[in-house]
Design a protein around this ligand. Structure first.
Ligand code: ATP
Length: 498
């Protein structure tokens, strides 16, 4: 099985996604538009299943959450009130040496030992010696792989605590010849209507959450909800990210699944803990291996000024631990801002106290595309014993639930197989394939993550039974044609079992 630290794992995933029709580069025939991605036939199904899985967990199965779907383009005042116009910036740095462009947070530190003068940077926890300095010292001192940085001792002379951070360096080439950081607003701007003046400027939303906040009163009044209650939304968001990459992990157009859960301010802490736990469990139910998930609480200096606390759910990607979702106790900040800016009352009437209160909000903000990448990475398995690549997707989210094959194209087997396929298709997504060897047909479906394969063989013609093959264990059982749908439904719900 491919270890998740394997360097080329991401390349293999990108290639599998293209080969099997999960994800394509946007506008590929024109050379591609960087950091925009298109979801192909299997990708769109998997993505939809992930969103449905979320919607079911957060909205359908609960009585305290309702959904909504706001327009992507909103009144520009929304983004002034939310602070995005003023604060949604990333400091941008240019490397004057190699011309790389990166966010300030991505710059690496430049170290210099005050005893021997050795200078270096640290990238991915490894020491990268400064080129210029390396030229001046004995070759054997630098031979071999850069080694792990073990603390504040100088890696060359060993002087204790002799290293001090001098300045930032380029993460690409290690040069300290950098431009000073420039503020760069991440919102995409466009013009609304026929005039192209400053009064017609609108933004593509950088998050779905504001669509929820500005509709707080509409939803409250129409759904007659009682605190605590939540409003959920899934939709596209756009950020003109300075640096993108790692496939669909960070792109300029992506989809979010957001829940704003409104609570009495004094109960915010309790609900914050509740949603952290609830959301972590959701990823496990989705099929992500628990050892690849962790919680990371934000340090005080990472927190936005209005947030009391924030915890990220992180996944161990092949490039390191990174954020999948943020859960934040945002207090009453968002509603307060819109009350101030719009002059409208966005409050909840408490019958017990006969007072209007502005609820606090606990937010869960997850990325569809990052979850998609996580699901694929976590499911990817190179089964060397059987010389195949398998996507061990949870059957509940697999794009195709079952493939139906005639063993050979004769003796009426294709007719029987097609009939079974037609029947199954009315219950779940199925795929019929009669071309090529049976082994190849199985392997194609293994790569697509299809959990079950039904094969019609000569015995079928005698006793109306077919085999159902399990993708992961390769076990097969024989089932009567009349029971196939029922057996499949049970196996999708409960797994292969035994
Ligand atoms: P990051 O630090 O990775 O940029 P963020 O903290 O800015 O993320 P949030 O604003 O909290 O992200 O957005 C919530 C979620 O939306 C993230 O956890 C992530 O899953 C998703 N997301 C944010 N930006 C992007 C992007 N550029 N591409 C894909 N998904 C994104």
């Amino acid at each position: 099985m491919a270890g998740s630290n394997d360097k080329s794992l991401m390349e293999r995933i990108v290639s599998l996604c293209k080969r099997r029709g999960f994800v394509f580069q946007s506008s590929e025939i024109y050379g591609g538009l960087s950091s925009c991605w298109d979801y192909g036939p299997l990708g769109v199904e998997l993505k939809k299943n992930i969103k449905d899985f979320w919607w079911h967990s957060v909205v359908v199965s609960r009585e305290d959450v309702v959904g909504m779907d706001a327009a992507i383009i909103m009144h520009p005042k929304v983004w002034e009130a939310s602070g995005h116009v003023k604060h949604f910036h990333d400091p941008l740095i240019d490397c004057k040496n190699c011309k790389a462009r990166f966010r300030e947070g991505e710059a690496v530190f430049y170290f210099k030992c005050s005893v021997c003068g050795y200078s270096f940077t640290i990238r991915d926890k490894r020491i990268i010696p400064d080129r210029e300095f390396a030229d001046k010292i004995a070759e054997e001192d630098l031979r071999g792989e850069p080694y792990h940085y073990k603390g504040t001792n100088c890696p060359l002379c060993g002087a204790k605590k002799a290293i001090k951070v001098e300045k930032l360096a380029c993460p690409e080439c290690g040069s300290v010849n950098l431009s000073s950081p420039r503020q760069f607003n991440l919102m995409f701007k466009t013009h609304f209507g026929p005039t192209m003046d400053s009064a017609s400027i609108v933004y593509l939303r950088p998050e779905t959450a504001q669509g929820i906040f500005v509709n707080f009163d509409n939803v409250l009044t129409t759904s007659r909800a009682k605190l605590p209650f939540g409003i959920a939304q899934i939709g596209k968001a756009f950020r003109n990210e300075i640096t993108t990459g790692n496939f669909i992990f960070r792109s300029r157009e992506f989809e979010q699944m957001e829940l704003e859960y409104f609570v009495k301010p004094e109960e915010a802490e309790k609900w914050y803990e509740y949603w952290i736990n609830e959301r972590l469990e959701w990823y496990k139910k989705l099929g992500i291996r628990p050892e690849n998930l962790r919680l990371r609480e934000h340090e005080e200096d990472e927190l936005a000024h209005y947030a009391r606390a924030c915890t990220d759910i992180e996944y161990k990607f092949s490039f390191g631990w990174a954020e999948l979702e943020g859960i934040a106790d945002r207090q009453t900040y968002d509603l307060d801002q819109h009350i101030k800016a719009s002059g409208k009352m966005l409050a909840y009437y408490e019958t017990e106290t006969k007072k209007h209160i502005v609820p606090a909000v606990v937010e869960s903000s997850a990325g569809v595309d990052r979850t998609f990448l996580t699901v694929i990475l976590d499911a990817y398995w190179e089964d060397e014993e059987h010389d195949r690549v398998v996507l061990r997707l949870n059957p509940k989210i697999a794009p195709i639930k079952v493939a139906v094959f005639p063993l050979v194209n004769r003796d009426g087997m294709p007719d029987v197989a097609r009939k079974i396929y037609e029947e199954i298709k009315t219950h779940m997504s199925a795929f019929y394939d009669q071309s090529g060897s049976i082994g190849r047909r199985y392997r194609r479906q293994d790569e697509a993550g299809t959990p079950f394969a039904i094969t019609v063989d000569s015995q079928t013609l005698e006793d109306r039974t077919v085999t159902i093959r399990d993708r992961d264990s390769l076990r097969q059982i024989r089932v009567n044609i009349d029971n196939v749908v029922e057996v499949l439904k049970e196996k999708i719900e409960k797994g292969w079992g035994e």
